[in-house]
Design a protein. Structure first.
Ligand SMILES: [Zn+2]
Length: 316
């Protein structure tokens, strides 16, 4: 059966409801050493706020080696009554220490880790090595990352592994595009590795708010996720609303997903910060609905992410 793989098992795509397509429920990275978060109770509280804001599914894009807690994700999902889709994959190079195992692992091991996460269960406590503690919790999406304006050599190896895992399992791929750059290059590289644009979601595209570029990427079939919602240091939310209106005018709103990517402890309400992971449902969705109507909201929050996340019959 076609399904979406969540941390509590496969669900039919039409059961996802509204989807926040880019979050982190646990995260520790050398990029933001003082802003990590891995408290299960606090993130349960945060997820409940998201659920109360009308979002039913959260896509957690924390990759291998950045503090994923798969078993805890399943517990958070149950406690908050929210679906959670977890990620496997390798983030952009800057998120890993110089001695991280993934930098020197061969292609076979890189692929094997992804396939294990997608088809049998993700490693718990995955920061300590490639195969420390297996769980029963499966990943439902592959996350990759590219550096600013280019794909670094080690990232190219991780792209090759991610593409192979996607081809073999049917899992979709989300790609971190640093400041929304190198997007065509990312689609070209994954295309050469056998992954079609309609299995790919490009993250942070709104950091580079170039409507013409976004139309080109969507016309190639890729999904874009606007994921700086509520993070005003990158610009006002009105800028994202303008992009959405432009994409709707071009008939391409069905290629858009939304998220907040509040990947710092200081941005989570449960830790006493803001704007909170629920800023999407709480503040932004009502603005979209007022401007473009309910159908536009459903296109971006329900239909587009459901299509992207669906793993077809015949693959695992
Ligand atoms: Zn992120």
């Amino acid at each position: 059966m076609a399904h979406v793989m969540t941390v509590r098992g496969p669900v039919p795509p039409d059961e996802l409801g509204r989807v926040d397509a880019h979050e982190h429920l646990f995260l520790r990275t050398p990029q933001t050493p003082n802003d990590s978060f891995w408290d299960e109770q606090k993130i349960t509280d945060e997820a409940k706020l998201v659920r109360d804001s009308g979002i039913r599914t959260i896509v957690d894009l924390t990759t291998v080696g950045l503090g994923r807690r798969p078993t805890a994700l399943a517990d958070v999902s149950a406690a908050a009554d929210a679906h959670i889709v977890a990620a496997t994959g390798y983030h952009r190079s800057a998120h890993y220490s110089p001695w991280h195992w993934a930098r020197t692992a061969d292609h076979e091991l890189l692929v094997d880790v992804l396939l294990t996460d997608l088809t049998s269960g993700m490693d718990d406590r995955d920061w300590s090595g490639p195969r420390p503690v297996p769980s029963q919790v499966r990943a439902g999406i592959i996350k990759l990352g590219a550096s600013y304006q280019h794909i670094a050599p080690e990232e190219r190896r991780w792209f090759a592994a991610g593409a192979e895992a996607s081809r073999r399992t049917g899992a979709p791929i989300a790609v971190h595009c640093e400041i929304g750059s190198a997007t065509h290059e990312i689609l070209d590289r994954l295309g050469n590795l056998g992954v079609e644009p309609d299995r790919i979601m490009l993250a942070h595209t709104d950091r580079n708010p170039d409507l013409e570029l976004h139309k080109e990427l969507a016309a190639r079939g890729a999904y874009l996720v606007y994921d700086t919602i509520g993070r005003v240091k990158y610009g006002p939310d009105s800028r994202i609303l303008d992009l959405i209106c432009g994409m709707a005018d071009a008939g391409l709103i069905n290629r858009l997903c939304l998220g907040t990517d509040v990947g710092r402890r200081s941005m989570l309400r449960a830790y006493g910060g803001g704007p909170g992971m629920d800023v999407l449902g709480r503040e932004f969705v009502p603005r979209v609905e007022k401007t473009l109507g309910r159908e536009a909201v459903d296109a971006m929050l329900c239909h587009a992410p459901a299509r992207l996340l669906t793993i077809s019959e015949g693959v695992s």
